[in-house]
Design a protein around this ligand. Structure first.
Ligand code: GRF
Length: 252
């Protein structure tokens, strides 16, 4: 009998393969429940992934690249304690990629025409690994990531979205908010899962919608907040001082 089968044959399997911190939470949960196992045992929080002292960021972008530039400025000034190991774009002519080259970062691009999503993402993940990327930041990357890619970098992919999620996911979020008539718009930094703009939320910033706003003026004010909170969220994640409980990202 394999050790896994043995473990699964008794209540002891519940703690099989769990991280020490999770075992502690499990123990406390059982203790508080008066020794009874409950469904809560199965949703013990996930602690942050272990990152090296100076993690290597990979940035994925498809266009202008202003969020990448804001992050790069903070990395280069030492405000963010990490390196940018690789900047990737699915669009060879992305302005952000040209800027990354000017700044001297390792860059890459892959033509996506004719390649299915899984295979494409496999190749992107290979490139990231070749450049020893620990953590991925999507900065206006206009492709939905495959499950395989998300799995490879589980809880190590961040995205910035220009709305207060879960409101207005998808394209033209600022326009969606404006035309809907909301009074408060904003932006969100979240972990990336297999679905569109849907992972656990790290940070949000609110931006009031003014009566004389156009989608363009509103977008411009949201972008200022995007540049601010994306680096703040990265800095937080780099500290490792958080845990994920269900959808909630909690400071530790
Ligand atoms: C930003 O509004 C970001 O929130 C969204 O795509 C846009 C990218 O802009 N995901 P930039 O390329 O970073 O300037």
């Amino acid at each position: 009998m394999s050790s896994h089968t043995q473990a699964a044959s008794s209540p002891g399997w519940l703690i099989y393969d769990l991280h020490v911190a999770q075992i502690l939470v499990l123990w406390r949960t059982i203790h508080r429940a008066g020794g009874q196992f409950t469904a809560r045992c199965f949703i013990s929080p996930l602690s942050s992934p272990r990152l090296p002292l100076k993690p290597n960021l990979g940035i994925l972008l498809s266009g202008r690249g202003s969020n990448f530039e804001a992050i790069a400025a903070n990395v280069l000034s030492g405000k963010l304690d990490c390196e940018i190991g690789f900047v990737f774009s699915n669009r060879a002519n992305a302005a952000g990629l040209a800027r990354a080259r000017e700044l001297g970062f390792a860059c890459g691009t892959l033509e996506s025409k004719g390649i299915d999503r899984d295979e494409y993402d496999r190749q992107v993940a290979d490139l990231l690994r070749e450049h020893a990327v620990d953590f991925v930041c999507l900065a206006g990357y206009m492709r939905l990531l495959s499950g395989h890619f998300v799995h490879q970098f589980r809880n190590r992919i961040l995205n910035i979205h220009p709305s207060l999620l879960p409101a207005f996911p998808g394209l033209d979020a600022q326009y969606q908010a404006w035309i809907h008539g909301v009074k408060i718009a904003g932006c969100t930094v979240h972990f990336v899962d297999e679905d569109l703009d849907s992972g656990p939320i790290l940070m949000q910033a609110a931006v009031p919608v003014l009566d004389d706003d156009t989608p363009e003026t509103l977008s411009a004010r949201i972008l200022v907040e995007e540049h601010r909170i994306y680096s703040e969220a990265i800095a937080w994640v780099l500290t490792g001082n958080y845990r994920i409980e269900g959808r909630r990202v909690i400071k530790t």
